[in-house]
Design a protein around this ligand. Structure first.
Ligand code: Y12
Ligand code: CO
Length: 171
C-alpha cells in the first residue's frame, strides 16, 4: 500500500521518533509499505516519520551506476546508532518531504552504523559517500530534523521564500 508522505511545514516532521520493540508482522507490513511508497515517489531514502509514524525506522535503496534501484540493495534500518563518524563531504541533498528543493549540505564522509534488521537481529555496516550521506539525512528525520535546518540564515530565508511561492503556484 502506498502511504501519503507528509511535507514541510507539517509539524509532525519535528517529532522525536521512538525505539522499536515489536518486530512482529505488523512491522514487516509497514516496511513493505514504506518500500512501495519510496519507489512510487522516486526516492532513495525514507524515514517512518515521513509517513506519519514516529518510530526509529528508515529504509534506503542506493541506485547503481546506471541509476537503477535493486530490491537486493534495499536496507531496512531499525533503531540505528552512528559510531566513528569521520571526514567531511558536501553533497546536494533532496527530500521527499521538501519537494522541489535541493541544497549542498555538509555531512560526515564515512561512518559505522549499528542497527537492527526487521527480525530484531543486531547488524553493523560501514558506509562511505552517498550511503553515509543518506544514512545521516534519514537519521536526522528520526531526531525531528530536516536538512533545511542546516542551511545558513540567508540560504534558509531564500528557501522559505521560494518554497512558499512554489506551494502557492501549485494551488
Ligand atoms: C542523498 C541525499 C539525500 C538523501 C535522502 C533521500 N532523499 C530522497 O530520496 C529524495 C527524493 C526526491 C525525489 C523527487 O522526485 C523526483 O525526482 C521525481 C524530488 O522531486 C520533487 O519532489 C519535485 C525530490 C526529492 C539521500 C541521498
Ligand atoms: Co528527507
Amino acid at each position: 500500500m502506498i502511504l501519503p508522505i507528509i511535507t514541510y511545514p507539517n509539524k509532525l516532521l519535528k517529532t522525536l521518533s521512538c525505539d522499536v520493540t515489536d518486530f512482529s508482522s505488523a512491522l514487516h507490513q509497514f516496511l513493505d509499505d514504506m518500500h512501495e511508497t519510496m519507489m512510487a515517489s522516486n526516492g532513495i531514502g525514507l524515514a517512518a516519520i515521513q509517513v506519519a509514524n514516529p518510530i526509529r525506522v528508515l529504509i534506503l535503496c542506493i541506485p547503481d551506476e546506471e541509476g537503477n534501484q535493486h530490491k537486493e540493495n534495499l536496507l531496512e534500518i531499525i533503531n540505528p546508532e552512528i559510531c566513528t563518524p569521520r571526514g567531511n563531504i558536501l553533497y546536494q541533498e533532496g527530500c521527499l518531504s521538501v519537494p522541489g528543493f535541493y541544497e549542498d549540505i555538509e555531512r560526515f564522509e564515512s561512518l559505522t552504523l549499528r542497527y537492527q534488521n526487521r527480525h530484531g537481529e543486531p547488524c553493523e555496516l560501514h558506509a562511505t559517500d552517498l550511503l553515509a550521506i543518506a544514512i545521516q539525512h534519514e537519521i536526522d528525520h528520526l531526531e525531528g530534523k530536516l536538512f533545511i535546518e542546516k542551511l545558513s540564515y540567508h540560504r534558509r530565508k531564500k528557501f522559505e521564500k521560494e518554497y512558499k511561492k512554489a506551494q502557492k503556484d501549485k494551488k
